[in-house]
Design a protein around this ligand. Structure first.
Ligand code: 13P
Ligand code: SF4
Length: 419
């Protein structure tokens, strides 16, 4: 008999990045700030809420009660509901998901469920916005906790990107060259607001995910002389470097500095302008951790997410999206040892699914994606029971004029298949 997540005894982590984690996964977090997984360098917008609106009765309910209520609501809603869960989502929530995947797959999964009236997105805000933009008319998207954002997505706001675009347009002009290429193509990582996806749609640009980033950069270089890549500098740098673009032609754009902290000559010579953004979870991985894994487990395979810094990706055996990591683990021979550089909930789940292999997280400190972690089963129960009662809670609706342009960039992304 398999033990459900609710029956498992959840031990407090031995060492974690945030004291709040010691409380265990069923307790609510309520402190201001990004919480576990955040770093001191995060640019934290004000005001930031960690806990969305949730009636006290749901906060007081026992895990068993919440479990029963979620299952009952799910059964009542039947095919009218599809629950999507990102790989980084905690197991206490993933157990209810109809489909678990990476952000590219979840964007597609939403499309393949035309009969579902409601897409319950157990991921983060930018993923739910994307699902809303791609949903068919009459489908709604719900994010159980509206405070489930992404600290990296918050690092590029619309005003700063507009300012950057104005500054670089002054330098590059807006005319195409002899080959018909635009001076710059904007490329936004999926981990960004709908407004920035719309910006890309309006300016001949595209969205990428970590699974199709190289296809997308090729698409962009067929149409432009350069790329402005935001918000994740690491995914941009790692992908462009693998395509042979020299580091000297990848200046960083710091939105708080004039010309992003560069000279005009550096910008003219650039092939990829990298926005100064990063993921706090993936930034924690280091080459020293890889060296230690190799010393402790000779023959270990090291696989990391491309949001990790470049030296970490270079020192690893392979780098790829969350789905790439999952497939690599599945393909590994029984008895293999794999050290993984990505979010802890996903790594722990993979270890549980593959007891014949040794799978561990490179970071010895337990550090989940703090924003994904905000989707507690209490929020899921509350939003699902609302639907049963005919009340739609926490719906994500992108304004139509933003959705229209964002869809252009997202459809280009969906056509750029991962290699
Ligand atoms: P994937 O695109 O691999 O799903 O990753 C999303 C993400 O947020 C990684 O931090
Ligand atoms: Fe954002 Fe990092 Fe969490 Fe991914 S892991 S959703 S980039 S904060």
């Amino acid at each position: 008999m398999t033990i459900s997540v609710n029956e498992r005894v959840v031990a407090a982590p031995a060492s974690s990045c945030d004291a709040e984690l010691a409380k265990g996964p069923w307790e609510f977090d309520a402190m201001p700030g990004y919480g576990p997984g955040a770093s001191e360098d995060d640019v934290i917008p004000e005001p930031i809420v960690r806990r969305g609106q949730l009636p006290a009765a749901y906060q007081r309910a026992s895990q068993e009660d919440l479990h029963e209520r979620i299952l009952a609501a799910k059964a009542k809603l039947g095919d009218k509901l599809v629950i999507l869960g990102h790989f980084y989502q905690r197991d206490e929530v993933i157990q209810y998901a109809d489909f678990v995947g990476d952000s590219f797959q979840l964007a597609n999964a939403a499309l393949t469920k035309p009969d579902a009236e409601t897409i319950m997105f157990c991921g983060v805000h930018f993923m739910a916005e994307t699902a809303n933009i791609l949903a068919r008319p009459g489908q709604r998207v719900i994010l159980p906790n509206l405070a489930a954002g992404c600290s990296m997505a918050d690092m590029a706001d619309e005003d700063s990107v507009d300012d950057c675009w104005e500054e670089i347009t002054e330098i590059y002009g807006s005319d195409t060259d002899a080959e018909g290429k635009q001076p710059v193509i904007p490329v936004t990582y999926m981990n960004s607001s709908a407004a920035l996806k719309a910006f890309c749609g309006k300016h001949g640009g595209i969205v990428c995910t970590s699974s199709n980033a190289s296809t997308v950069l090729e698409w962009a270089f067929e149409r432009g002389q350069r790329v402005l890549f935001f918000p994740d500098q690491h995914l941009g740098r790692n992908t462009a470097k693998a395509m042979g673009i020299p580091l000297e032609q990848m200046p960083m754009w710091n939105p708080r500095k004039p010309l992003g902290g560069n000279t005009e000559a550096e910008l003219r010579d650039a092939k990829v302008l990298l926005w100064h953004g990063f993921c706090s979870v993936h930034k924690r991985f280091t080459v020293a951790q890889i060296d230690k894994a190799r010393a402790d487990y000779p023959g270990v395979q090291v696989i990391v997410h491309p949001e990790c810094p470049m030296p970490v990706v270079d020192a690893a055996d392979a780098a790829g999206s969350t789905d790439f990591i999952r497939k690599a683990i599945e393909a590994a021979d029984p008895g293999s040892v794999l050290a993984i550089g990505t979010e802890i909930n996903m790594v722990n789940r993979l270890q549980a699914e593959h007891p014949d292999k040794t799978i561990f997280c490179l970071d010895p400190v337990v550090c989940p994606c703090s924003t994904m972690y905000r989707i507690h089963p209490g929020y899921l129960a509350w939003t699902l029971e609302g639907l049963v009662e005919g009340e739609v809670r926490n719906e994500i609706v992108v304004e139509p004029h933003i959705a229209k342009d964002a869809k252009v960039a997202l459809e280009r992304m969906l056509a750029a298949l991962p290699k």
